[in-house]
Design a protein around this ligand. Structure first.
Ligand SMILES: O=P(O)(O)OC[C@H]1O[C@H](OP(=O)(O)OP(=O)(O)O)[C@H](O)[C@@H]1O
Ligand SMILES: Nc1nc2[nH]cnc2c(=O)[nH]1
Length: 174
């Protein structure tokens, strides 16, 4: 067990309040990154204490621990026009940063008014996104985290807590 459901939801509520403080009267677009950020995006939107829109992108990233390499493929694009809008990119975890860097540069090409990053978890030593304000729920250590939307080979996304996957968990078939 890494984070209980109660710990996660309390932090989600405070992240929503921090973001609302940043945006005030503006109605931001929360861009959730499928599938790992689905749970987090929905809970963050529901905790947001003012109107907010939700939109989705699905991508497949092929990152490696070699931070210089990797590629990202777009599986599903946004179905809203974000030009002139305040965009919050919402992801469950920032690990190498490859996915988030790709999302920032892809969305920046669409002339939004602003981009902010919001990630529930951030692994150590991630290069910070210069020029992009970043809100992080929890800084966590290395290791594969599952639950609260995050999977290992399709499993564990429906765990309500977040957990560090053991070797036994990786081997489990059920
Ligand atoms: O910082 P990075 O090294 O790029 O890793 C972060 C990405 O990895 C996870 O997605 P994953 O590729 O596991 O797919 P999923 O969203 O379907 O769970 C996570 O949800 C991020 O999108
Ligand atoms: N499920 C999951 N996906 C990741 N992608 C990058 N880091 C992680 C992690 O810790 N868990």
């Amino acid at each position: 067990m890494l984070l209980t459901e109660e710990q996660i939801l309390a932090r989600v509520a405070s992240l929503a309040a921090e973001l609302h403080e940043r945006y005030g009267e503006s109605v931001p677009v929360l861009v959730g990154v499928l599938g790992g950020a689905a749970t987090f995006t929905v809970d963050l939107a529901r905790a947001y204490p003012a109107p907010a829109e939700v939109a989705w992108m699905a991508i497949k990233s092929y990152s490696t621990r070699n931070r210089a390499s990797g590629s990202v493929r777009l599986l599903k694009d946004l179905d809203v026009d974000v030009s002139g809008r305040d965009v919050i990119i919402v992801d469950g975890v920032i690990d190498t940063g490859l996915t988030m860097n790709w999302l920032i540069s892809t969305i920046a090409q669409r002339a939004p008014r602003s981009i902010t990053v919001c990630a529930l978890l951030r692994k150590p030593d991630v290069a910070h996104f210069a020029d992009t304000p970043t809100h992080v729920g929890f800084d966590v250590s290395d290791g594969l985290i599952v639950g609260y939307g995050l999977d290992y080979r399709g499993k564990y996304r429906n765990l309500r807590c977040a957990a560090l996957l053991s070797e036994a968990g990786k081997a489990a078939k059920g």
